[in-house]
Design a protein around this ligand. Structure first.
Ligand code: HXC
Length: 255
């Protein structure tokens, strides 16, 4: 039985985490299914964005603790266990996380690996790994710190407390808060908007945005300049600017 429902809606690829009984705990099967789906979405020119969502009680309560419990250092080190989750952050398509309920541990890290995070009013974010005698291993110590700053990150990582959606938005972890019942629709609308723009433009934009997190300013500005100039080699720039001049809506998709 699959643990991720993979569907498409218009130009949006949708990943619905589907282990509600385990609060969508992330196991290896889930990673395998997400990896296959992302490979497929990236290879399909009709897909321009990816939406990741969970269920009402949880986006995801983190890595599957029951799957994790028997593991020991030599095995996890040699297997480079959990490293496969970088596939999500490495996805070349824009990704939108729709977060209802808990986004804890690996669940919070999964949301942070996406570009936009749309959260419900009662969503809860946290990195409670220390309660299990471990530290985050899917990017939490790095992405959380870059997203919310060292003081707030240290508070969350070291005390294991959860923050609510308001605090997460103030801290810069969340893009928008909406009523819980509107999370999926709002996230889908954002993903459809993104997917409506040029696919190449969006991939250049994502690479440039990520450079802001990964490089010093001068290097990031160099990446931006290269990417910006590259836009002028795309049919999308020709169409977007021609449409503006002709006072009509741009159509970036001719397939
Ligand atoms: C496996 C999990 C799980 C998880 C919840 N469940 N989180 N199973 N891995 N991360 C399961 C529970 O065992 C239970 O299964 C069912 O989901 C419902 O959870 P309850 O605890 O009964 O619900 P509730 O009382 O409402 O509490 C919700 C909760 C709590 C506060 C979110 O479930 C919780 O604290 N979960 C763990 C959160 C966490 O520590 N996440 C970080 C994981 S570590 P049964 O079968 O009993 O009904 C991580 C990175 C480190 O992400 C990597 C190594 C682990």
């Amino acid at each position: 039985m699959n643990v991720v429902d993979v569907t498409t809606e218009g130009r949006v690829g949708v990943l619905t985490l589907n282990r509600p009984g385990a609060l969508n705990a992330l196991n290896m099967q889930m990673l395998d299914e997400i990896t296959v789906a992302l490979d497929r979405f990236e290879a399909d020119p009709r897909i321009g964005a990816v939406l990741v969502r969970g269920s009402a009680r949880a986006f995801s309560a983190g890595a599957d603790i029951k799957e994790s419990q028997p593991r020991r250092f030599p095995q996890v080190f040699v297997e480079n266990w959990q490293a496969g989750w970088s596939r999500v952050a490495d996805c070349r398509l824009p990704m939108v996380a729709a977060v209802n309920g808990y986004a804890l541990g690996g669940g919070c890290e999964l949301a942070m690996s996406c570009d936009l995070v749309i959260a419900g009013q009662t969503a809860k974010f946290g990195q409670p790994e220390v309660t299990l005698g471990v530290i985050p291993g899917m990017g939490g110590t790095q992405r959380l710190t870059r997203a919310v700053g060292k003081a707030k990150a240290a508070d969350l990582l070291m005390t294991a407390r959860m923050m609510d959606a308001d605090e997460a938005e103030r801290a810069g972890l969340v893009s928008r808060i909406v009523p819980d019942a509107q999370v999926d629709d709002t996230a889908m609308a954002a993903a459809q908007t993104i997917a409506g723009f040029g696919r190449t433009t969006m991939q250049l934009l994502k690479e440039t945005l990520n450079a802001a997190f990964e490089t010093p300013l001068a290097e990031g500005l160099r990446v931006e300049k290269l990417a910006f100039h590259s836009c002028f080699a795309t049919p999308e720039q020709a169409e977007g600017m021609a449409a503006f001049a002709a006072k009509r809506a741009a159509n970036f998709h001719h397939e």
